[in-house]
Structure formats: C-alpha cells, structure tokens
Design a protein around this ligand. Structure first.
Ligand code: KG4
Ligand code: ZN
Length: 360
C-alpha cells in the first residue's frame, strides 16, 4: 500500500510539530507561508504552541520512569493537538505536514509521537517528517526576532547532551566537541540529587546557587588545562559529593556549594565556546538545550561576546527546554526542502547528528 500524499515534499499549509522524546509532551503549529526568509523572522510562522510537563509525576521516583512517560504521552498528546489547533484557529484539514521527534530519546516515548504523527499524516494525505531532537534544539534560536544565520557555532547543552557543533548551513553539522561522560544537564541533576534536592534538580540547584557566597568553595574546570573541545563533568560531581559529605550540610553551605558547582560548569562551557569560535573563525554562537536556560551561563556568555566581539543568540527560556515549536520549525524547513518519509513508522533512540542530510 502506498501513502497518498497530495504534494510530496513541500508542505502545502501549516506544519504540526510533535515532541515526545522524554518527559514533556509538546505540540506546535508552524506556518512557513508567514515567514519572509530575507527578514530572519521565523518566529512569525509560529501560530500556536502548547506543552504538558510530566515532571510532577516523575518527581515521586526521583527521575524519569520511561514506561510512565510513554503512557502519559498517550494520555496527553491528542488533547494537546486539539488544543493547539483551536488556539491557531485551524482544523486538521488545514495542515500541510506533520513533523515529530523521531530520536534521540526514550524509545517508548518516541513511538507515541511517531505513531500519532504518522497516522495523522496518512489520514490527511500530507507528508510527515521525523526530526532529530537536537536539530530541533539547535534551530530554536531561529524562532526569535533578528535570528542568527549560519555559519555559526552551537553549544547544545541538555539533560542528555553537551555538544559543540559547527553549523555551516542548516542540516550541515560537524561535531567539534562532546561529553566523555555526563552531559551538563545530567551533572546539574545528579549534583542536585546528591545534596538532597528534589527532581528535577538542575533548575533547583541553579536557583539555590543565587544565594551562594562567592569563593566559599571552588571546584575544578574539567579538561580546560589541555587543548580540545570535549567535556567531562562526572569528576565534578564527585568533587561536590566529597565537599558536601565533609561539610556541616547547612542550608548556606548547600547554596555555597551549588554556586561553586554552577560557576565551574559555566566557566568550563564558556572557555570551550570561545575555543570553538577561535577554531572555526565563526562570529556567532548559538546556545540551546535545557541548560541554556541557566542565568549565569547566559550572562557570562553575553559578557564574553561583548568583550570579544562575537554575537550570542539564545532561544527564549521556554524554548531552551523541550517544546513542540522547535520540532515544527525544523520539520517545516526539511519538508520545504522536499524531504519527507516513507509510510513506515520508525524511531531512532540513538542517532548521530552528523549523519543528517543537508537541505540543499
Ligand atoms: O533540553 P531539555 O529540556 O531536555 C533534554 O533534551 O535533555 O534539558 C533538560 C536539562 C535538565 O538536565 C535540567 O536540569 C537542565 O536542562 N536545566 C537547567 C536549567 N533549566 C533546565 N540546568 C541548569 N540551569 C537551569 N536553569
Ligand atoms: Zn531536549
């Protein structure tokens, strides 16, 4: 059986974006017809977006429980699709394409989004496209006014990844540096947990760090004393554990340690970003992923950019963490380039970003 697609490739109308790779159900509608590429105003194409976070459900277990995540996506996805369509004043008949996260992520969670997206696209006779979750993050800053244009360097820092990527064009990605162990967000979460903070620890630790005193503790800046763009954050977690166990474990000490930990991660990321810019000659740095919401990181990178003459572009806070808007945008760009998928439903829990095809 072959899929009836009215116009293969190019979306003939707004694109529905679905994100279900982990613990957030995100849905958005992006209309490429509202965008003037010459004006870098992709944000105008975003007609509506909704998000349901499962955080409270997983908090009881101290982390994401994959099977519960899948089941909750099943419960929330279709109501969110309906709500998003209503907010955009559209019906399914208006859609010109469907984009969904097909990896990397939790396989059960990915399959919920993939099955819903592919079935909807099939029923509507419109093309569907599986989007790489990290490409979604990487393109999220393009939804802001005066969006950056490639070439640029992207720092992708999420719960699962810490990567520096050279972006020659949309779809042409070269991995410059990666984490050898924990991702930056994972290091935030694990460090928070070992000091007794509730899941998800990253944002809580960052908040606590604001009450910490400068210089009370100091942790190393891993792998900055040698050339290279890779990261390693798991040793930092051990340093925190030892400092915490040897301390009085008061609220002030907890905040002091949180501050020193955040400073160590942020300074390490800033050093590596500056190195990546120097190595590639790029003048623009794009930050994306959940840790991109970190205030100290945003401030320190903005300062470094002013001092050293490079531009720093961030997505708004809600588009740093997982969301449907970035998937709708990434999918819309790929559908517009004529890319779409065969009717088979597949997901890729592990997926190499560098293997993506270029747009042109
Ligand atoms: O991109 P994201 O929502 O999900 C993944 O694709 O992993 O990133 C979530 C990660 C979590 O590890 C969370 O602790 C971290 O981003 N995060 C933060 C902050 N907000 C979220 N880490 C540090 N400071 C924050 N303000
Ligand atoms: Zn993510």
């Amino acid at each position: 059986m072959t899929q009836a697609i009215a116009k293969p490739g190019k979306p003939a109308g707004p694109v529905l974006g679905i994100e279900t790779s982990c613990d957030e159900t995100g849905v958005a509608i992006f209309d490429p017809a509202r965008v003037d590429p010459a004006h870098h105003d992709a944000g105008r194409g975003l007609l509506a977006h909704t998000l349901y976070s499962q955080i409270r459900m997983h908090a009881d277990y101290g982390g994401v429980v994959p099977e519960l995540a899948s089941r909750d996506h099943v419960r929330k996805l279709l109501p969110l699709v309906r709500e998003t369509l209503a907010r955009a004043n559209l019906t399914t008949a208006d859609l010109g394409g469907v984009a969904y996260t097909s990896g990397p992520g939790l396989v059960g969670a990915l399959l919920v989004g993939a099955a819903a997206a592919r079935s909807l696209a099939w029923a509507l006779g419109v093309p569907a496209i599986g989007v790489h979750h990290m490409e979604g993050h990487l393109l999220a800053p393009l939804l802001e006014a005066d969006a950056p244009e490639p070439p640029f360097v992207a720092l992708l820092v999420s719960g699962g990844h810490s990567m520096l990527i050279e972006v020659a064009a949309i779809g042409r990605y070269r991995l410059l540096g990666d984490t050898l162990d924990d991702a930056a967000g994972e290091a935030f979460d694990k460090t928070a947990k070992l000091m007794g903070l509730p899941y998800p620890g990253g944002p809580a630790l960052a908040q606590l760090a604001e009450q910490g005193r400068e210089g009370a503790f100091r942790f190393s800046r891993p792998m900055t004393d040698r050339p290279g763009l890779d990261f390693s954050f798991s040793g930092l977690k051990t340093q925190v554990l030892l400092a915490w166990q040897a301390s009085d474990q008061s609220a002030q000490t907890q905040a002091d340690i949180a501050r020193a930990f955040e400073e160590a991660i942020v300074e390490t990321l800033v050093i590596k970003c500056r190195r990546a810019l120097a190595a590639t000659g790029a003048k623009t740095l794009v930050i994306a992923g959940g840790v991109g919401a970190n205030r100290r990181l945003r401030a320190q990178l903005a300062q470094a950019g002013e001092r050293e003459g490079f531009r720093v572009a961030f997505p708004r806070l809600e588009f740093c963490t997982d969301n449907g808007a970035m998937i709708a945008l990434a999918g819309s760009l790929r559908l517009a380039a004529g890319q779409h998928e065969t009717p088979s439903i597949f997901v890729q829990p592990r997926w190499d970003l560098e293997s993506l095809p270029a747009l042109a």
